[in-house]
Design a protein around this ligand. Structure first.
Ligand code: CA
Length: 228
């Protein structure tokens, strides 16, 4: 039998946390609950869960900080932010900090369960593309290490995933919506500016001249295309 997927729930509302724990245990998950941000961070590092449900509003360290800290330490599991507010700014900030998706309280537990499972499926089916070369840029997707002309190139996990997606669709026009769906795992919110911001940063890193890109070019009214 396969090992049960490990889920970490970081939630300070006791009843909600217990309800979620019961639900996901019933669904066959091994569930750990943290009551605040610091405990969440500690348990994430100790247990390396397969997915984290992370409340934004937490006592002590808030969820956005927890998310950013985990990503800065190289933790790459899917993180679903749970936000009490539906303000676009919170959602954008969560995604910028490296969250993969979000749910807004109050949420349907069945829908949340379905989305958690979808993210885990996506992780499991993640492309076996392990290494790639773009001119003098070498990419190692197993260890998330990149070099350019032999020198270390600092790419974020998201940037690796963007490049991985482009490489799988080399020479094809890729829309912002496709990138949101396949790199961010989001189909239900029009955050296309987030894509543009990430592409702009990525170009600064991989292009000789970000204003005249030769790898990731803009397709007018289409999206982007990886050449080469
Ligand atoms: Ca809370």
């Amino acid at each position: 039998m396969e090992k049960p997927p490990k889920l970490l729930i970081v939630e300070d509302e006791v009843h909600l946390a217990e309800g979620l724990k019961d639900n996901f245990e019933f669904e066959g998950f091994a569930v750990t609950v943290a009551r605040d941000g610091n405990e969440g961070l500690a348990l994430a590092e100790r247990d390396t869960p397969d997915l984290i449900l992370l409340d934004v509003m937490l006592p002590g360290m808030d969820g956005l900080t927890v998310c950013r800290t985990l990503r800065s330490r190289g933790m790459r599991m899917p993180i679903l932010m749970v936000t009490a507010r539906s303000q676009e700014q919170d959602i954008i900030e969560g995604l910028e900090q490296g969250a993969d998706d979000y749910v807004t309280k109050p949420f349907s537990i069945r829908q949340l369960t379905a989305r958690v499972k979808a993210h885990l499926r996506r992780t499991a089916q993640a492309a076996p593309l392990e290494t790639a070369q773009l001119g003098d840029i070498s990419l190692d997707f197993r260890n998330f290490v990149a070099t350019r002309g032999g020198e270390p190139l600092a790419l974020t996990h998201r940037e690796f995933e963007i490049l991985r997606y482009f490489l799988k669709h080399r020479g094809e026009t890729v829309t912002r919506e496709q990138l949101l769906e396949h790199v961010w795992g989001i189909t239900h919110y029009p955050l296309t500016r987030t894509v543009d911001n990430h592409i702009a940063k990525l170009r600064q890193k991989i292009e000789d001249d970000a204003a005249e890109p030769k790898w990731i070019v803009t397709v007018h009214r289409g999206g982007y295309k990886l050449l080469g």
